[in-house]
Design a protein. Structure first.
Length: 435
């Protein structure tokens, strides 16, 4: 019995010795992973789809503008991913501003930011918003579009988003699907190739593009890109009436159900690059209209643009200087002049007795000044302690007329303009009255 116990006690030692013999006979050292190669994205090519070889050649813009990019709604992308499009927009003379800096904002905190930024924007890009748009926010964007502002809506099936909370305002519905093609594709059946387009400046020079995990859009407007008969939707059996790129219910709303084709290196394949440049042209050709509430953003920024400040009388010089300095804070160059130049934007500051030179602008706005002050949609007022502000837009020129009963009241009206308090005085889109 003792002998058996002794043998059992030695078994672990024999096992350890056997393991050590095998280990040192066959082990030849560990595996050290090689350092990853650093390949610039522009050197990466697809084995199945070649680059279109397009070189962007932007034309000079007649006027500067601003593309506003939504980053208020926890948008599921980064600035680096949009670098190709934003660079080309900038090369066309537009500024590009990301509103919100991708931080988290409560709904009540988003609305005033969006409202203020849209006053001076020409175009707005909304890309994969993860937080839904509120009714008030969607109404702001809808008003912006009605005034001629351009809107770009971009979704992507691979990223969570709530873009339809805004898109539905414009007759658009991004579908919860992805498009695929089992016959012709780039490496993966979800990477579809599009070869048929609606003729338009946006598709000019575009013969074929490749989209990566593209979704589909139902729209009350026409489609711009048409999948072939072999392309299917993961949601339905047919792609009839579905488009990866489409117009909204008006031609200043563009919807795209794929974000990846904008990102390097995917933007360089086939005619993707040309399409990106065409989108940049589209976003920088806005002809939005302005209202008095948008002051001072209907005036152009920069010393080369400039505007004139006219005074009804010399005693108002100090008020003119305050207006000049206030506009300079917005980047606008103004000069005080004695006569009106009908080719330049203008601010006129005067008393009611000085109104005659501006009478044509007042009449066009429905403003009457005699024993009382008469304005649209408001009862007549005694002149004492009042001021009136009128915006006239005609022949690519903006004329702002500010009149008051005394120089003290006029100074207060000018100050209210510069700090934005005047918006509570509006009686129409182009007339404000303070009492």
């Amino acid at each position: 019995m003792a002998r058996k116990l002794g043998i059992l006690a030695l078994l672990p030692l024999f096992a350890a010795a056997a393991f050590a013999g095998v280990y040192f006979s066959y082990y030849r050292g560990g595996y050290d992973e090689p350092a990853p190669g650093q390949i610039p994205y522009h050197q990466i090519t697809s084995p199945s789809v070649a680059s279109g070889g397009f070189v962007d050649s932007p034309t000079a813009q007649v006027r500067r503008g601003l593309l506003l990019v939504d980053a208020l709604h926890r948008n599921a992308f980064s600035e680096n991913e949009l670098v190709t499009l934003s660079t080309r927009v900038a090369n066309r003379g537009y500024d590009v501003e990301f509103i919100g800096a991708f931080d988290y904002f409560e709904r009540d905190g988003r609305l005033p930011q969006l409202e203020e930024k849209l006053r001076r924007a020409d175009s707005l890009a909304v890309i994969v918003p993860q937080a839904p748009y509120s009714d008030a926010e969607a109404a702001l964007v809808e008003r912006f579009v009605r005034k001629g502002g351009k809107l770009l809506l971009v979704s992507d099936p691979t990223r969570q988003e709530h873009i339809n909370t805004l898109a539905e305002r414009f007759g658009l519905s991004f579908q919860p699907d992805y498009l695929y093609n089992m016959k012709e594709y780039d490496l993966n059946f979800q990477n579809i190739i599009i070869r048929e387009f609606q003729p338009h400046e946006l598709t000019s020079g575009v013969d074929a593009i490749t989209l990566y995990t593209a979704g589909s859009i139902r729209s009350s407007g026409p489609g711009l890109a048409f999948p072939d008969s072999n392309t299917r939707s993961s949601l339905v059996d047919t792609t009839e009436g579905l488009h990866p790129i489409a117009w909204g219910d008006r031609r200043n709303v563009l919807a795209i159900a794929d974000f990846t084709f904008l990102i390097p290196p995917h933007n360089s394949l086939l005619d993707n690059d040309r399409l990106v440049s065409n989108i940049a042209d589209y976003l920088t050709s806005s002809e939005r209209e302005y209202e008095l509430a948008d002051f001072p953003h209907f005036y152009e920024v920069g010393p080369e643009a400039g505007l004139d400040i006219l005074l009804g009388e010399a005693s108002l010089w100090d008020i003119g200087v305050e207006m000049k300095n206030g506009l300079a804070a917005y980047g606008m160059s103004a000069r005080i002049r004695g006569t009106e130049d009908l080719s330049r934007d203008t601010v006129f500051l005067g008393l009611y007795d000085d109104a005659l030179p501006m009478s044509r602008y007042l009449q066009a706005a429905g403003v009457r000044i005699d024993d009382t002050l008469g304005t649209p949609f408001a009862p007549d007022l005694d002149l004492e302690g009042t001021s009136v502000t009128v915006l006239d837009q005609n022949q690519d020129r903006h004329v702002l007329v500010v009149l008051a009963d005394t120089s003290e009241t006029l100074a207060g009206a000018a100050a209210r303009l510069l700090v934005g308090e005047f918006r509570g005085d509006l009686v129409s889109d182009f007339v404000g009255v303070s009492k």
